[in-house]
Write a protein that binds this ligand. Structure first.
Ligand SMILES: [Zn+2]
Length: 184
């Protein structure tokens, strides 16, 4: 069960990096390690150049690797592609940890400060001192800035942090059980 979550996480990661096509390529790579780009293109009914672009994209973030071989019939160089699972999981985990840290910092800033804002999305929210320097006028639109009621934002941040923590603990569990399986 935990392994299934992890495979889906890999597919999800590919989707984030290269869209729906990349997700399909990743799914195929998981079930057919060592598959060649032309086979991928054939199987998924995609342009082989598109497949190569996706493979290189995924390779550039370190979640794939390839073996260089020679086609026995044509003697051409061929690339056999594999998923670097351990690396991919590590990549996801460290990125999620970074996001989690940033959200916690943001949450703390929201909880311990009063912000002033003109109410227009994209315009800055300023701390009291900064707002006072601007005479409580938005530096962009010059409208008056009011104290910003940020309770909803705080709730949303807390929910997001919880979600990430849950996903992180699932992934670390999946990783532990994989390591345990290998050791047996
Ligand atoms: Zn404004």
């Amino acid at each position: 069960m935990l392994l299934i979550i992890e495979k889906e996480t890999l597919v999800e990661l590919a989707r984030l990096v290269g869209g729906e096509e990349a997700a399909k390529v990743m799914r195929l790579l998981i079930s057919r390690p060592g598959i060649v780009d032309e086979q991928i293109a054939k199987k998924l009914n995609m342009d082989v150049r598109e497949v190569r672009k996706i493979l290189h994209r995924l390779n550039s973030i370190g979640i794939l690797y390839y073996e260089l071989a020679r086609d026995k019939k044509t003697d051409h160089r061929i690339f056999k592609w594999y998923v670097q699972e351990e690396q991919a999981t590590g990549f996801i985990i460290s990125n999620m940890q970074k996001i989690r840290e940033r959200l916690i910092e943001k949450l703390q800033a929201e909880e311990s400060n009063q912000f002033y804002w003109c109410g227009i999305l994209g315009h800055p929210r300023l701390l009291f001192d900064q707002a006072m320097e601007q005479l409580f006028r938005c530096p962009v639109c010059k409208k008056p800035m009011e104290p910003h009621e940020n309770r909803d934002l705080i709730e949303a941040l807390k929910r997001k942090i919880e979600e990430i923590e849950k996903a992180l603990s699932e992934m670390t569990e999946a990783r532990k059980s994989e390591v345990a399986e290998k050791a047996e």
